[in-house]
Every structure is written in structure tokens, then in C-alpha cells.
Design a protein around this ligand. Structure first.
Ligand code: SF4
Length: 475
């Protein structure tokens, strides 16, 4: 019997997913809860399974955390209960089975009148070893983020700042973190700088965000990034760099440019849209094709498709319309609707594509299942030829640094040649962007980038045999 996909599976099956967006603000004269709400709203693409905000008024730390999108977790009433001058917020994408109430962030630790809250984007790869050190410490969740928070809480030092400085060198992996005590906001980032973390200013106060698009939303100005390994503190005496975990050794995630970040965000001072546009231009030079129309898999392929169209001189047009609200329902559709498969998410424009030679541009191929269905649906619309152009190299290796990838054997490019993938997807041609082309598009030094999911060259030693989520990555 043909296996049917649930709406959730349809949504998550094909793409890679980031593990979370974080935001923090210290602003005594502002409604920090509402500002954080709107910031999280603009970071929703980084995690859609749960959301939380913790606010301190200097004496008490209050929080609202729940499963669901930002708009379903928060409302005017509950936000009004979060009064204070420091806020941190979190959007979470969990690993399979990890989407539980206990794992919703920010994590809050409270003991002996001390309180500390933390929100994390990344993946601690030595969390199993670290959890051995916490044998006698009570745990309330199954996440690596709680391990991380508790390692900080048991580290030596009286002040939270000392504890962070002393705990951070024990952490291996990806972490971009915002945290707060009753009176201070903290931000720190792993020495490799895998995931982004930026500093902004609003009305003279400081904010920290996973992506700069949140600053645009709340009217803040982007100042700079939290440097790899840097620990910063913000309180009533202003902004202070507390220390450096280890020397700079930037290995920024190349896939943030390809898919994870919003096109209107700046990563390492480069607009993500420009990187994707450039990657489309380079791919048009590397893999030209005669066609009538260039189109994108919306939305992540759109910037690249525009670049491809511009360079190739082939007009850009919309072949597929995306239902942007499919993520809002977990209700199982009736069988005859489920059988439509990919049409729940993408509806083809029959009148536009019929009898045309169409170039379809996308950011990446993970398992190939969705792309195969899209090609099938387009063929049913009478498309004459379908040429796939992928604006990244083949993904052949899993990520251990905060992006949810399937096991290696499920990555289509790990088990098939490009020719076999083309055949499986049933496209007329299939070409990928070269790694050099992608790095050139990003305008970054190759040595400053993590490219492991394309090359298998991991910047930190990983055990490929270990199941990735021995301890669930909570973000
Ligand atoms: S392995 Fe890939 S997705 Fe993971 S950090 Fe490196 S480039 Fe990014």
C-alpha cells in the first residue's frame, strides 16, 4: 500500500532544518516582552515547534513557554504579565520525539534565591560526556541545552559571569546563546562561530539576535556580531566583553547562506539575498541550459532563481505557488487530499508552464522525495522539459552542529551519483553548484567556513558511528 505522508511529514521531510532562533534585550524603559515577541516572530523560520520568553524585573524572573508558533503561544494578556527590563526569547525546532513541554526554552534554573535563564541555538556534541559530570544534579528535560545550563550552574565562581567563563571551555560543538540573571543579560558564542549571533542597538540599549532581520522588525540598528568565542555582558553599566573562550577559529555554517537564514538578514556583513542571487548567477555560468522559463521552489530558491534568470537571460516566472500556512495545522487531511501529496504545499501554475522548457532552481536536495513529486506534478501540467539547478553542492554528510539532517544513508547524494539522482527524480537534466562557486557567492574566506555536509571535513572531531542524538539536541 502506498505510504501517505502527514502534513507535518510533508513540511519537514525534504528540507534541512535549523535548530532555533534566540533573542535577548536589556532596555529599562521599554516593553521588553513585546519587543521580544516581535523579534521572535521575525525569527520564526528558525524554529516552529515551541516558543518562550523569560523576563526579569530585577527581583523576579517570569516566563511563558509553550508548544506552538509564536502567535499561538503569546497574546496581549499573557505578554502584559511579563514586566521587566531584561528579556530573552527562543523559537525551537526539535529533533524527532523531542518536541515536549519539558524541552521548551528558555531553560530556567533556580536555586538559593539565584535564578538564571538560557536560550540556545546549536548542538553540544559532548553533551553525553558532560551529563556524566551531572550525575548528582537533578534533571527535568532530555535536552543538551539543560545539560549546558547545568554545567554553567555547577561551574566555579560566585557570579554568573564567572560561571559562564569557567564552564564555556568544557562545551564542544555549536552554541549561540543568550542568557540572563535577574540583573544582567549575557550572550556568548562557540569559538568556531557555527551559528550566527548579532548585536544591535535600540534607543541606546542593546539587543542580541540570531539574525539581523529581527533588528529591522523592532527598529534596532545592527552593530556587529558576537565574535566566535566571545562572552558579553550587558547591565546598567553598559556593554562589556567579559572574555574570550578560545582564539578565533571561525567555521561559520555555509548552509546558513544557502537555506537557513532569512534573505533579508546580514551574515558576516553580507546580505543573504545577495549570496543566493550570486549563487544563481554562477550556476547559470557553470551549468547553462536552453529554456523558456526560470522558476524557483519558493521561497528559499527564489533569490537564486532571480540570479540564474538574470545571468542566463531566460525570463523568471512563478511555476509553483506555496501555501505558507501549511505549518499551522497538524490536523490530518482526508485521504483523497493526502493523496494529492506535494500539492498541499505547492500548487503548480498549469497555464504558465504548459508546453514550456522550465528551469527549476532550488537551494538543496536532501532526500529527493519532494523534488521527485514536484517534477511529477509539473509533468502532469504538460511541461515540455524540466531542468533542475541546485544552488549548493550535493549534501553527502550529516550535520552535528545544530542543523537537523537525516542519517547519511537517507541523504540521496550519499548513496547515488548525480546521474542516478536525475533518473530517480525524473528530470531532463540536473546540475549542482560547485563548492567553489558557493564559497565565491558567500564572499567569505574558504578557511572561515564549515562545509562539512558537502565535504565530510568536520571542523571538530565527530563520531560518525554515534547516533547523532544520543541526548536530544534541544535546539
Ligand atoms: S555541517 Fe553543513 S549544516 Fe552543519 S554547520 Fe557545517 S555547513 Fe552548516
Amino acid at each position: 500500500m502506498k505510504k501517505l505522508l502527514s502534513v507535518r511529514q510533508l513540511k519537514y521531510r525534504e528540507s534541512l532544518h535549523d535548530h532555533c532562533g534566540v533573542f535577548g534585550i536589556y532596555a529599562p524603559s521599554c516593553d521588553v516582552a513585546k519587543i521580544t515577541y516581535f523579534a521572535l516572530h521575525s525569527l520564526q523560520h528558525r524554529g516552529q515547534e515551541s516558543a518562550g520568553i523569560a523576563v526579569s524585573d530585577g527581583k523576579k524572573l517570569r516566563s511563558i513557554r509553550n508548544l506552538g508558533l509564536v502567535t499561538s503561544v503569546f497574546n496581549e494578556n499573557n505578554l502584559n504579565k511579563l514586566k521587566g527590563f531584561i528579556a530573552i526569547g527562543h523559537n525551537r525546532y526539535s529533533t524527532t520525539g523531542g518536541n515536549t513541554q519539558a524541552n521548551v526554552q528558555p531553560v530556567i534554573l533556580s536555586s538559593n534565591h539565584k535564578v538564571f535563564s538560557l536560550a540556545h541555538n546549536g548542538n553540544i556534541i559532548n553533551s553525553s560526556e558532560l551529563s556524566q559530570k551531572l550525575k548528582n544534579v537533578k534533571r527535568s528535560s532530555t535536552s543538551d541545552t539543560e545539560v549546558l545550563a547545568k554545567i554553567i550552574s555547577v561551574a566555579s565562581g560566585e557570579k554568573w559571569s564567572d560561571k559562564i567563563i569557567n564552564a564555556a571551555p568544557q562545551l564542544i560543538g555549536a552554541y549561540s546563546i543568550v542568557a540572563c540573571s535577574k540583573k544582567r543579560l549575557y550572550a556568548f558564542r562557540d569559538p568556531w562561530g557555527f551559528r550566527p549571533l548579532s548585536i544591535g542597538k535600540l534607543n541606546g540599549y542593546y539587543a542580541i539576535s540570531s539574525e539581523t532581520c529581527a533588528f529591522d522588525t523592532i527598529g534596532a540598528t545592527y552593530i556587529r556580531d558576537v565574535n566566535p568565542g566571545e562572552i558579553v555582558q550587558i547591565d546598567n553599566s553598559g556593554f562589556k566583553v567579559l572574555g574570550q573562550i578560545a582564539p578565533h577559529n571561525l567555521k561559520f555554517c555555509l548552509f546558513e547562506y544557502v537555506y537557513l537564514a532569512r534573505p533579508d538578514s546580514m551574515l558576516n556583513n553580507v546580505l543573504v539575498h545577495s549570496v543566493r542571487y550570486k549563487s544563481g548567477e554562477i550556476l547559470a555560468s557553470e551549468a547553462p541550459v536552453k529554456a523558456d522559463l526560470v522558476s524557483a521552489i519558493p521561497d528559499s530558491g527564489t533569490s537564486s532563481a532571480l540570479g540564474f534568470a538574470s545571468k542566463s537571460g531566460i525570463p523568471f516566472g512563478e511555476a509553483l505557488i506555496k501555501n505558507r500556512y501549511i505549518g499551522r495545522t497538524f490536523i490530518q487531511p482526508e485521504q483523497h487530499i493526502r493523496e494529492q501529496g506535494v500539492k498541499l504545499k505547492f500548487n503548480p501554475m498549469r497555464q504558465i508552464v504548459k508546453n514550456k522548457r522550465v528551469v527549476i532552481v532550488d537551494d538543496s536536495i536532501v532526500r529527493g522525495t519532494t523534488m521527485k513529486k514536484i517534477v511529477e506534478v509539473l509533468r502532469q501540467c504538460g511541461v515540455k522539459e524540466i531542468h533542475l539547478r541546485i544552488c549548493s553542492p550535493p549534501i553527502r554528510w550529516p550535520c552535528f552542529f545544530g542543523v537537523d539532517t537525516p542519517e547519511r544513508k537517507q541523504l540521496i547524494a550519499a548513496t547515488k551519483t548525480i546521474g542516478e539522482i536525475r533518473k530517480y527524480i525524473a528530470a531532463d537534466s540536473l546540475k549542482y553548484l560547485s563548492l567553489d562557486g558557493l564559497i565565491k557567492s558567500s564572499a567569505q574566506e574558504a578557511s572561515n567556513l564549515c562545509t562539512a555536509c558537502f565535504t565530510g571535513k568536520y571542523p571538530v572531531k565527530v563520531n560518525l558511528k554515534l547516533k547523532k542524538n544520543v541526548l536530544e539536541s534541544n535546539c
